[in-house]
Design a protein around this ligand. Structure first.
Ligand SMILES: *Cc1c(COP(=O)(O)O)cnc(C)c1O
Length: 359
């Protein structure tokens, strides 16, 4: 399959810009030198700026997929004496629950459905929690939570607030200072629109104070922080993706900053949602992010059949759901190099698909 031939609307990997692809087409340079340290510093500063991190925050760069960011954050920041409230609204929330169980962190599996947790104060189980762990955008169902409300709740109850922002950075607002967030987990292949393989964990001064001595070599944040002082990582970084990240951060700022990227994603998402109103599809949740639209067929058709038809007949890739949701819902990403014109490819395909099925 040649992906250049397809229009891409999958929520990771997402469509990349020509500029970023060009950076990836070059030889990978040697990195134990000051030139590459400058790249690392530029990436760190750009990311800290993007999430409005408090003064003194640091970024850990891991050569791994996003789940390593989730797992390493739990390993380095939570302990057997902690009691974590883990928001579980789908597959990625369930993953955080599994991670806590694996590392024997006492936790509550806080299953949520049909709420963005604006009223977390009322909904949360009553217990002495020390940490709040959440995926800002639960990508399995396209559900965005209220980061401010959860931050108010966390600070009031003196909880460490860990946010997996992997699938909403760049497309939806996140402000560490405003929402009192201690840890932000990011990954290359979603809104940052880079290839998979680089995960970034932003640590606030409060998180830095709470770092532990852990039983792991590769995921030991303290080691990353020492190396980070000179713009390096303990082990080989995803050199090319770091160069692409630097280029991407410059691109975002050249295009008017992250606010502009968020506004643009919002415009595209709204345009898409409006353009398919006449079709037998309904929005799966009222709390959708700009990053993604989740749709459920209302005419009894299987979501999987629609996904397959779009790919085979129209060369358009959207994303099916697994398991029980397979026939019920499919996902359309607005992350990455998206425009209304590009989204028209999918809109036209959907309209044509239904015109043909009805004929
Ligand atoms: C994609 C994603 C991840 C990371 O998954 P990996 O496959 O490990 O990269 C984590 N959290 C959320 C919310 C995601 O959307």
């Amino acid at each position: 399959m040649i992906f250049e031939d397809y229009a891409i609307f999958t929520p990771g990997p997402v469509k990349m810009s020509e500029e970023i692809l060009q950076v990836g087409a070059k030889q990978t340079p040697y990195f134990r030198n000051s030139e590459f340290s400058d790249v690392t510093f530029a990436c760190e500063n750009g990311l800290l700026d993007m999430v409005n991190a408090p003064e003194g925050s640091k970024v850990i760069f891991l050569t791994a997929s996003g789940t390593a960011g989730m797992e390493s954050a739990v390993m380095n920041l939570l302990h057997k004496d902690d009691n974590a409230l883990v928001v579980n609204g789908g597959g990625f929330g369930a993953r955080f629950v599994d991670i806590c169980a694996t590392h024997e962190i006492p936790h509550t599996n806080f299953k949520v459905n049909n709420t963005n947790l604006t009223d977390i104060e009322r909904l949360a189980p009553d217990d002495n929690y020390t940490a709040l762990v959440v995926n800002a955008h639960e990508t399995s169902v396209g559900h965005l939570y209220d980061l401010d409300a959860m931050g108010d709740y966390a600070i009031k109850n003196e909880m460490l607030y860990i946010v997996d922002a992997i699938s909403m950075l760049v497309t939806d607002p996140l402000d560490m200072q405003q929402s009192n967030i201690d840890v932000v987990i990011a990954s290359s292949q979603k809104g940052l629109a880079l290839p998979p393989g680089l995960t970034m964990v932003v640590l606030s001064p409060n998180a830095l104070e709470n770092l532990q001595d852990i039983n792991s070599l590769y995921f030991n944040y303290k080691d990353y922080l020492v190396n980070g002082e000179r713009g390096q990582t303990p082990y080989t970084p995803a050199v090319t993706i770091m160069l692409q990240l630097q280029a991407r951060l410059n691109q975002i700022s050249r295009r008017g900053g992250v606010e502009q990227s968020i506004a643009s994603a919002k415009e595209v998402a709204n345009y898409f949602r409006e353009s398919i109103k006449a079709l037998p599809l309904k929005e799966y949740t009222p709390y959708m992010p700009n990053a993604m639209t989740t749709l459920t067929p209302t005419d009894g058709k299987s979501a999987m059949d629609i996904v397959n038809a779009l790919e085979e007949n129209y060369k358009v890739m959207v994303c099916p759901n697994g398991g029980a949701e397979r026939d019920v819902v499919f996902r359309v990403s607005h992350m990455g190099e998206m425009t209304k014109e590009y989204t028209d490819i999918l809109i036209d395909a959907l309209h044509e698909y239904y015109a043909v099925v009805r004929a």
